[in-house]
Ligand binder design. Structure first.
Ligand SMILES: [Zn+2]
Length: 356
């Protein structure tokens, strides 16, 4: 069976059902490593969120994203198997690079073509088309390169045409201090009882079959919402947020929430415009939407004193959810909001929204 074969019932790639679990507690995890949380989330938006944060805080955060994603990939690859050394390693590496390319298409990362791999010099050149996020894909490639060759490296990108980049990776020392800080951390999840309607063949939630995989472009598109999505590790992104917070303080929380609020609100307005007349089936099931993306288990959404009380168990990227909740409130009520949020001792996210 090829890596890109699809399920005859739901049309989702078979490998997705084989390796990824959509759980009843609002999390998405890898079957091989249930502590490795994933998101099935808008990806072009990630770059906009990163740019939005940069605009607000006034510094580039690319180096953090590349480093964090790279650390996460190294951790993942090293868990999978031990790598042979010397001449024995070469066919394994070539095979791995081919799988990396197939895996990228499967996860919606774009098309990654290995153009040149010089073993002795420690040099890798790839062409990447339609990257899901340029700094994230740079981190993925650099991490894979470092994990299999066991040396530190740098990566450079050059745009050769719209949505097409040349990436070169080469051995070079880099700041170990940053690398040792940007390690993804796993947290324990609470159980949940959300029941997806699932495919009878591959067990994937049927909601997933609404998106469209385009293997030629390496993209996954949710046509109903008009957004591109990808399946990626959540902890690497959280590690970037954590690192920014340790350097810049709590203002980074506000910057992330504000960048997310702005994006989410503009997306909701665009979708309303393009929908013309909202159909009943377009009504959003927020609990399902969060469970499908892996952002967490929405266990409470109550109207309270003219505002909303929201509680999410097992939140992933909680600040993104806070930004989404504020945007949702402002979209529904047409009013500015005042918000308070906290992560409780047992890891839940509480958000309170009220008129400003
Ligand atoms: Zn299926």
């Amino acid at each position: 069976m090829g890596i890109l074969d699809t399920c005859p019932i739901c049309g989702v790639p078979v490998q997705i059902g084989k390796y990824i679990e959509w759980n009843s507690n609002g999390t998405i995890t890898q079957k091989r490593d249930p502590t490795h949380r994933m998101l099935f989330y808008e990806c072009k938006h990630l770059d906009r969120l990163f740019t939005g944060i940069e605009d607000i805080i006034g510094i580039s955060i690319d180096k953090y994203i590349v480093e964090s994603k790279s650390r996460s990939i190294i951790q993942y690859i090293k868990k999978q198997k031990s790598w042979p050394r010397g001449a024995l390693a070469r066919p394994v590496v070539r095979n791995f690079m081919r799988n990396l390319s197939d895996g990228a298409r499967l996860n919606g990362y774009g098309v990654i073509e290995v153009k040149e791999l010089q073993w002795r010099k420690g040099y890798l050149r790839c062409a990447v088309t339609n990257p899901y996020s340029l700094p994230m894909v740079c981190g993925d490639i650099r991490g894979a390169f470092e994990a299999i060759l066991n040396k530190t490296s740098e990566i450079k990108s050059e745009e050769v045409s719209p949505e097409r980049y040349d990436l070169t990776c080469f051995w070079a020392p880099h700041a170990q201090e940053l690398a040792s800080r940007l390690l993804p951390v796993s947290t324990k999840a609470k159980p949940g009882d959300y029941e997806f309607e699932r495919c009878t063949n591959c067990d994937i939630p049927l909601e997933i079959s609404k998106v469209r995989w385009d293997f030629d472009d390496g993209t996954i598109t949710n046509d109903e919402l008009g957004v591109r999505v990808a399946l990626f590790g959540a902890r690497a992104v959280q590690a970037v947020f954590d690192e920014l917070k340790s350097e810049l303080g709590r203002q980074i929380d506000d910057a992330i929430i504000e960048a997310q609020r702005q994006y989410s609100l503009s997306l909701a307005k665009e979708q309303l415009k393009s929908a013309q007349q909202p159909k009943p089936e377009r009504q959003v099931n927020l609990k399902l939407a969060m469970a499908v993306t892996g952002l967490g288990n929405l266990v409470e959404l109550e109207v309270r004193s003219g505002g909303y009380q929201v509680r999410v168990e097992n939140p992933s990227l909680p600040l993104v959810t806070v930004g989404n909740a504020i945007a949702f409130y402002e979209f529904i009520t047409g009013k500015q909001s005042s918000s308070y949020w906290e992560i409780t001792d047992d890891g839940d996210l509480n958000v309170e929204l009220s008129p400003a």
